[in-house]
Ligand binder design. Structure first.
Ligand SMILES: Nc1ncnc2c1ncn2[C@@H]1O[C@H](COP(=O)(O)OP(=O)(O)OP(=O)(O)O)[C@@H](O)[C@H]1O
Ligand SMILES: [Mg+2]
Length: 385
């Protein structure tokens, strides 16, 4: 039996599921099944990699020189936000060196012993990829310093006064570390990488090439403008571009003749609530509340979070970074402030009393991390002026 209450509950559950889906559409992290889909779309050689010109050239030099010397290349650290190609590059390094790739991750290495087991299993010239290297345990980190520099570790057997250290030789290998938080890596570890690549967000034209390449691999028919429409909403991130392409493909298949035109891409992404700047429902909700309810700010992040019905952390860590990057929101010592671009993006007229009104498009404040009410901080502007 289903009464009106059940129907309402079902509708609520469906709405929640739809919301969860729409959120995941523009998050830069990949989960579960998506990892498998991604594997099929990964470039296999440095030449296939789109964008990241500088990193590509630098890396290609490092690898060529190592090949010429017939030695394992220096250790490489890849840092940058999720979904920009760190794992892809690690795989390419191994492929270009024709070396086997061993994969592990920081969280998997909880004891120094875990790392010792991995290191002792390496063969000469292997590439060891440690994803999320900033999450490795301290003792393992210290063991890694030694292995990187001297290709040797001390394995401690036993405890207390009777403990003995047995030195263990390791064949020359290349460590490729990936991190989204380079700042969390201890200095001694960072210093032991011979080459650090910082991946940058991609330009729309680069994302367009990536979308076109992926469409080719997935057998999706795509017009040129259709690709541009997807690229422009992808937040500078290849993972998101590939994900939006798959959703737009579904739409084109079910609701049209399968060809992705700009019109189809536009309709599909509107349906999934990814707007023309790549903002999703939460991002827009934050801006909307900030402008309509708080006159553009400044308002504290906790108040903002309550107003959109989210946790403070969600607003701070999920929505804000992209809004700041787009220049829609500024974090100032007195609170969050909507920029002129934000009002315009929402299609609202900028009220003269709004912060930044009449001052053109400001750069977000000099200290983007500053939060509301930070004592002794200079005030960037006076909203009452
Ligand atoms: N330069 C690029 N050219 C083409 N496709 C790319 C490029 N960079 C990334 N991609 C695509 O984006 C997807 C995500 O890339 P990847 O898994 O390497 O990101 P990541 O930086 O390792 O992310 P995470 O921090 O979440 O581990 C891959 O499936 C790949 O197809
Ligand atoms: Mg990765």
């Amino acid at each position: 039996m289903t009464g009106p209450e059940d129907t309402a509950l079902e509708a609520l559950a469906a709405a929640e599921a739809a919301y969860a889906d729409s959120r995941s559409l523009v998050t830069a992290d990949a989960e579960g099944d998506e990892r498998a889909v991604e594997a099929a779309l990964r470039p296999r050689t440095l030449d296939e990699v789109v964008g990241q010109e500088r990193v590509r050239e630098q890396l290609s030099l490092v690898l060529q020189a190592a090949r010429a010397r017939e030695r394992a290349p220096d250790h490489v650290l890849l840092s940058g936000p999720p979904g920009l190609g760190k794992t892809t590059l690690a795989m390419i390094i191994a492929a270009e060196m024709s070396s086997p790739l061993r994969l592990t991750s920081g969280p998997a290495i909880t004891h120094a012993g875990d790392l010792a087991a991995i290191l002792s299993g390496l063969n000469e010239d292997d590439v060891l990829f440690v994803d999320e290297i900033h999450r490795m345990s301290r003792p393992a980190e210290e063991m890694l310093y030694m292995a990187m520099e001297d290709f040797r570790v001390d394995v401690v057997i036993g405890k207390g006064p009777g403990a003995t250290a047995i030195p263990l030789e390791i064949p020359p290998f290349t460590l490729v570390g990936a991190t989204t938080r380079a700042g969390l890596l201890p200095g001694p570890l960072r210093d032991r990488f011979g080459f650090t690549a910082h991946l940058e967000f991609y330009e729309p034209e680069e994302l367009e090439l990536i979308v076109r390449r992926s469409a080719g691999l997935l057998g999706v028919r795509l017009t040129e403008q259709g690709g541009a429409e997807i690229a422009s909403r992808s937040r500078g991130t290849p993972r998101i571009a590939n994900r939006l392409l798959r959703r737009v493909r579904d739409y084109a298949q079910v609701r049209a003749d399968g060809v992705v035109t700009p019109e189809i891409a536009h309709r599909a992404l509107d349906l999934y609530e990814v707007d023309r700047s790549g903002l999703d429902r939460l991002d827009r909700g934050v801006l909307d509340v900030l402008c309509r309810r708080f006159g553009g700010g400044p308002v504290g992040v906790s108040t903002l979070a309550v107003a959109v019905g989210e946790e403070r952390e969600t607003v701070e860590e999920v929505a804000e970074p992209f809004l700041v990057r787009c220049g829609f929101l500024a974090r100032t010592p007195r609170g969050r402030v909507a920029t002129v671009a934000a009002w315009e993006h929402l299609g609202l007229v900028v009220p003269p009393e709004a912060p930044f009104a009449g001052s053109g498009r400001p750069e977000p404040g000099p200290d983007p991390r500053a939060d509301a009410g930070a004592a002794g901080e200079p005030t960037l502007f006076d909203p009452d002026a």
